[in-house]
Each structure stands twice: as C-alpha cells, then as structure tokens.
Design a protein around this ligand. Structure first.
Ligand code: HEC
Ligand code: HEC
Ligand code: HEC
Ligand code: HEC
Ligand code: HEC
Length: 169
C-alpha cells in the first residue's frame, strides 16, 4: 500500500509524456485554422475607435452592420499588414464590397433590434458581445450567447418583455 502513490506518480508522468508528445505532433502537423473572413481584421488594433464608427447601424437600426472599404481607406491608403489584405486592397480601394461573413445571427423567426437595446435599453456592446476590443483575429463563432434562455434571463433581470410575440414573428 505504501508504494502505491509512487507507482501512480510514474504512471501519471508517462501519461503526461504521451499527452505532450501528441500535442506537439498535433501542433506541428495540424493545418492552420482557415480564416472565417476575407481578411484578418484585428479589433485590438482599433480599440481607440468607438464601436459605432464602424458598426454604424448599432444605435439606429436593427442591424449593427459590418463596415465596407470606404471606412478603412480613410486611414489605410496602403494595405494593412495582415493575411488577405494585400491581395484585396486594390479592389477595396476601387470600391468593391468586402464579402464579410455574418457569424452572429439569430434564426429567421426571431426579431432582434440593436437600436432597441443600444439606444433605448442603453446597454453597452460588452453586455452581450463581451470584450471585442481585445480580439486580435476574426471570430469563428458568435461572440454572444444566442440561446432563447440568454435573452430571457436578461429580460427578467431588466424587467423587459417576456411576451412570445415580442421576439417571434
Ligand atoms: C481611424 C483610422 C483607422 C480606420 C478607419 C481603420 N483602421 Fe485599421 N488600423 C489603424 C491603425 C492605427 C492600425 C495600427 C497600425 C498599423 O498596423 O497600421 C491599424 C491596423 C490594421 C490592421 C493590421 C492589424 C495587425 O494585425 O497588425 C488591419 C488588418 C486593419 N487595420 C484593417 C482595417 C480594416 C479592414 C478597416 C476597415 C473596416 C480599418 N482597418 C479601418 C487605423 C484605422
Ligand atoms: C442585447 C444584446 C446585444 C447588444 C447590447 C449588442 N448586440 Fe450586437 N448582436 C446581438 C445579437 C443577438 C446579434 C445577432 C442579430 C441578428 O441575427 O440580426 C448581434 C449581431 C451583431 C453584429 C453582426 C450582425 C449585424 O448586426 O450586422 C455586429 C457587428 C454587432 N452585433 C455589433 C454590436 C455593437 C457594436 C454593439 C454596441 C454598440 C452591439 N452589437 C450591442 C446582441 C447584442
Ligand atoms: C475599424 C472598424 C471596427 C471597429 C472600431 C470595431 N469593429 Fe467590430 N468588426 C469590424 C470588422 C471589419 C468585422 C468583421 C471581421 C471580424 O470579425 O473581425 C467586425 C466584426 C464584429 C463582430 C462580429 C460580427 C459577426 O459577424 O458575428 C462583432 C460582434 C463586433 N465586431 C463588435 C464590435 C464592438 C463591440 C466594437 C467596439 C468595442 C467593435 N466591433 C469595433 C470592424 C470594426
Ligand atoms: C443584457 C440584457 C438583454 C439581453 C441579453 C437581451 N435583451 Fe432584449 N431587451 C433588453 C432591454 C433592457 C429591453 C428594453 C429596452 C427598452 O427600453 O425599450 C429589451 C427589449 C427587447 C425587445 C422589445 C420588447 C418589446 O417590449 O416590444 C425585443 C423584441 C428584444 N429585447 C429581443 C431580444 C432578443 C431576441 C434577445 C436575444 C437574442 C434579447 N432581446 C437579449 C435587454 C436584453
Ligand atoms: C426575449 C426574446 C424571446 C422571447 C420573449 C421568447 N423567445 Fe423563443 N426564442 C428566442 C430566440 C433567440 C430563439 C432562438 C434560439 C434558440 O432556439 O434558443 C428562440 C427559439 C424558440 C423556439 C424554437 C426552438 C427551435 O428549436 O427552433 C420556440 C418554439 C420558441 N422560441 C418559443 C417561444 C415561446 C412559446 C415563447 C413565449 C412563452 C418565447 N419563445 C418567447 C427568443 C425569445
């Protein structure tokens, strides 16, 4: 019985070695995660700017919107240093649309309005999207909890509507 802990410790060490080796091989051989967006945008580099400078609709319409090149070229007359940017910049400067993919979205049957929450509800972006200004690469999954329960628990807390028809069309 007295030797048991020693054996366990050796076993654990062996197991840890195998795990570390597997991790090392995985890191070397696994392909880089594909970029979800046309270029590697970096929120942290733009943290000095107000969110609504780029997401112009967030306070006034249902959709926050993702900015097009006209916003970018005000500062970036030459391509910024990021994956995808150099190849796209001539098109962007010409006024072509950037094909951003909308990652965060509620299903068709749900009604959500940014204006209602930002302008009327006076909620900060962070109360739903977390610390976006710290992200250094585009999100792969929605940076917000989109389950009905997440909406309802805040609505209960804030005394907002829990009427089915308010959120469902
Ligand atoms: C108000 C000025 C301003 C606007 C508008 C702006 N940027 Fe930037 N951007 C900067 C500054 C400052 C930096 C940091 C210095 C640098 O790397 O050039 C930066 C850096 C970047 C980088 C490099 C990030 C990294 O990983 O090093 C990318 C990519 C980028 N911007 C893309 C964009 C895109 C796309 C838009 C439009 C949606 C945009 N920027 C709008 C000022 C701006
Ligand atoms: C009450 C929670 C909540 C708040 C506050 C909020 N958002 Fe959103 N956001 C959402 C939800 C839910 C979606 C998905 C909406 C959809 O499918 O149309 C979304 C989608 C987005 C999108 C992508 C789709 C689009 O609308 O263009 C952007 C960008 C965005 N939000 C930015 C912001 C910014 C910037 C702020 C602050 C000014 C903000 N949000 C405040 C919940 C919120
Ligand atoms: C310089 C312009 C710029 C600023 C400032 C900016 N964003 Fe963004 N944002 C973008 C671009 C471009 C994308 C699309 C690429 C990506 O996901 O990184 C994006 C994506 C997002 C998304 C995800 C959209 C989706 O499809 O799911 C959210 C949420 C968001 N931004 C919130 C914010 C918040 C909150 C702030 C303020 C803290 C902010 N952004 C500041 C340009 C900006
Ligand atoms: C962080 C808190 C919070 C979250 C999360 C949230 N809401 Fe809200 N919502 C509010 C507040 C506060 C109001 C009341 C705003 C006002 O003063 O009009 C509101 C109002 C609404 C209204 C208008 C209701 C009416 O009276 O007609 C709708 C619709 C709505 N929210 C949908 C949603 C949906 C859908 C989600 C989830 C995807 C969601 N909300 C998530 C806080 C939240
Ligand atoms: C505050 C907003 C809000 C209210 C109020 C609300 N829902 Fe939802 N509901 C959502 C959102 C967001 C989704 C999508 C995400 C999910 O499926 O969890 C959803 C999804 C659903 C779904 C679809 C599930 C599926 O698998 O597709 C049903 C059914 C539903 N709600 C019924 C109701 C009923 C019944 C009520 C009233 C008792 C209600 N909801 C009230 C926001 C709301």
């Amino acid at each position: 019985m007295a030797h048991q802990p020693v054996v366990s410790a050796r076993r654990l060490l062996a197991l840890a070695a195998v795990t570390l080796t597997t991790a090392a091989v995985w890191i070397v051989l696994a392909p880089a995660a594909p970029l979800a967006q046309p270029l590697a945008f970096n929120h942290a580099r733009h943290r000095q700017m107000a969110c609504v400078t780029c997401h112009r609709g967030a306070a006034s319409t249902a959709r926050a919107g993702v900015p097009q090149g006209d916003v970018c070229v005000k500062c970036h007359t030459t391509p910024p240093d990021a994956e995808g940017a150099r190849a796209l910049w001539p098109d962007i400067t010409r006024g072509d649309r950037i094909a951003w993919v909308q990652v965060t979205r509620v299903p068709e049957h749900v009604f959500f309005s940014h204006r209602r929450h930002v302008a009327l509800g006076r909620l900060e972006c962070t109360s739903c999207h977390g610390e976006m200004q710290q992200r250094t690469s585009p999100v792969g999954t929605a940076p917000v909890d989109l389950r009905m329960e997440a909406c309802l628990s805040c609505h209960r807390r804030e005394g907002a509507s829990q009427d089915c028809a308010a959120c469902h069309r």
